[in-house]
Design a protein around this ligand. Sequence first.
Ligand code: ADP
Ligand code: MG
Length: 320
Amino acid sequence: MPLSEFDIINEYFSKLTPYDESIETGIGDDAAVINTPAGKQLVICTDTLNSGVHFPEQTCASDIAYKALAVNLSDLASMAATPAWFCLNLSLPSIDAQWLTQFAASLAELANRYNVMLIGGDTTSGPLGVTITAGGYVECGKGLTRSGAQADDKVYVSGYIGDAAIALMQNENNNDETTVYLQQRLNRPEPRIALGLALIDIATTCIDISDGLIADLQHIAQASQCGMAIQEQHIPLSPQYLSCSEKQGAGLQPALTGGDDYELAFTVPVQKQPLLEKQCEQLDIVVTCIGGVVEGDNVTIFDAEQNTVTYQETGYEHFR
Ligand code: ADP
Ligand code: MG
């Protein structure tokens, strides 16, 4: 007998993560019941990965599972929330036991690493697609948003920018060290949870870089009704990015307009810069100042000679 929807839930998902006492009712009822901590606000996000749109069709099950959860944890990180639980909506073209085993194992690994509990979902047949909805908690009023940047704040990013975009320009089947590193950055982004939490009471805004650096900075600029002046030569690029972009003559375009990095971009008042740098050093997190907040309503990119650089696209948009 082929597996039914309920067999899949029981076999692969109902015991994916242990529950703590906050879960009154988890998988198996019509809805989950959660005891929410007093004094905290619930932060909720959701993200879909569709085959052929968000990942190439040949992507392995473990990379799809990892990324589907990681991009949601990244959204919680950018709001400075501590992740707590998630729901998994899975659309599958067919039932493939090996695929499901790998998918569930990879999902469990990341979920357990960040202590997030799978509390429900939906399993349907259809084109391959994964939607995760995740919830986390933040102390009342302490969450970070896209609005709140003030003129003269500094603009920072975490890690290296552009690795994921340049990975998409490589032949992923090579297995030299550079390709392996770039594929890892594309398929296994590390959600910057610890950084998001460290930014509480320091940053004035925060966003995760999913669409593209310029596009996501524009989201902050728009929400905060400010402009930004970004120094192109300060954007942190990995040695692997530099060697590939040189070979392809791609320059900074992938770093500025490619998405999928899931690093954080945030603004910090000048007087908080020493505190930020101390915190990041303690946590062993690399952050780089790439520019500043200015009056206006636009993100302007300057090259090393202080000429304005323009790019036709600023980032990925669906339906365009
Ligand atoms: P209902 O018909 O009441 O919507 P379902 O039959 O869809 O419930 O699901 C039964 C239970 O299994 C529910 O608790 C649901 O949240 C859970 N569930 C279904 N699919 C998944 C999944 N892919 N991952 C985790 N939980 C799931
Ligand atoms: Mg029901």
